[in-house]
Design a protein around this ligand. Structure first.
Ligand code: GRG
Length: 301
């Protein structure tokens, strides 16, 4: 598919709508017991996020010529894991935030116990989808690989581990390598999963292509976080939909605090450039992934 900026924008919009509809189908109805828990799950997931991770799942599928019906389950699973992580991250025991996606955080809108349970139940739902969705694959071993992949990258050796490093880093000074390790786990691991789950949905992919896509995902996983840290300094609360300056206020090490704002901007561009290099074995079918990489470093929210 020949892609340009307006088509890319329109595809992102289509993918966002597509995953919202699929999420609505998978989430338990708000009027079914236990209603308060189901309402909290829906509140957190269906809140207006950017849906970056599902968009990446669909974009990878598009680049690889995979029917989007086959990756709806993966797109929902990653967004649901992400939503659970945001609910827990916002709790008083962690970042103690009041604002998320332009709305009160889940524990502020409901209560702390309900928010904890909503996160727990969402994590379970993500694994239910990926182990159950009949559209995803008929190959039991591919499905098992997807489950293994999502559990590894979201658990203590991935996202949750990164969060543990993050909590331990408050008030400490990290060097750039330590900061990168933290973000490779906290943010990068789930972004890698998005690309890998889509890649596992086809059996037409060689090892070299898989590895190139994984290298791409590693680059954009980190560039996404560098840009997030930059926006924590340069953005504003209403555009971000979360509290601007929260990381610096909490004395958390960030890319601008460790290497400075200008060097962080250069770092984001360098990672974008590296991401483009990793895709050099692909033709224009991967242009959508090239645009995603640019979006990650140019975004304003
Ligand atoms: C609690 C297990 C556990 C993990 C929490 C993801 C995370 C780990 C914490 C969220 C805080 C944070 C700033 C993480 C870095 C990743 C990140 C930039 C999250 C926000 O993702 P966006 O920008 O948010 O995609 P939306 O709302 O658009 O989905």
């Amino acid at each position: 598919m020949k892609i340009d900026a307006p088509l890319f924008e329109s595809l992102v919009g289509q993918y966002q709508q597509r995953v919202d509809a699929a999420l609505d189908r998978w989430l338990p109805p708000a009027d079914v017991n236990p209603m308060r828990l189901h309402q909290a799950m829906r509140y957190a997931v269906l809140a207006p996020g950017k849906r970056v991770r599902p968009v990446l799942v669909y974009a990878t599928a598009t680049a690889l010529g995979i029917d989007l019906d086959r990756v709806d389950g993966a797109a929902c699973a990653v967004e649901i894991i992400h939503a659970y992580s945001l609910i827990h991250d916002d709790l008083p025991a962690m970042d103690d935030d009041d604002l998320r996606r332009g709305r009160p955080t889940c524990h502020r809108e409901f209560d702390e116990a309900t928010a904890i349970l909503a996160g727990d139940a969402l994590q379970a739902l993500a694994f239910y989808i990926i182990s159950h969705d009949p559209e995803m694959t008929t190959d039991a071993s591919a499905r098992l690989q997807m489950i293994e992949n999502l559990s590894l990258f979201s658990g203590s050796r991935g996202m949750a581990g990164g969060q543990a490093i993050d909590l331990a880093a408050v008030g400490k000074s990290l060097n750039i390598a330590e900061l990168e390790t933290m973000h490779i786990h906290k943010t990068g691991a789930l972004i890698r999963t998005c690309v890998q789950l889509a890649a596992l949905s086809t059996d037409n992919l060689g090892k070299t292509q898989f590895q190139a896509l994984d290298s791409y995902a590693k680059c954009i996983g980190l560039s996404f976080q560098v840009q997030d840290d930059i926006l924590d300094v340069t953005g504003d609360t209403s555009t971000l939909g979360k509290t601007q300056g929260a990381d610096s206020a909490r004395d958390k090490p960030t890319f601008p605090s460790v290497i400075g704002l200008e060097a962080s901007q250069e770092k984001a561009l360098e990672l974008h450039h590296n991401a483009l290099q990793t895709l050099s074995i692909f033709g224009e079918e991967a242009d959508i992934l090239r645009y995603i990489s640019a979006w990650f470093v140019e975004r304003r929210n």
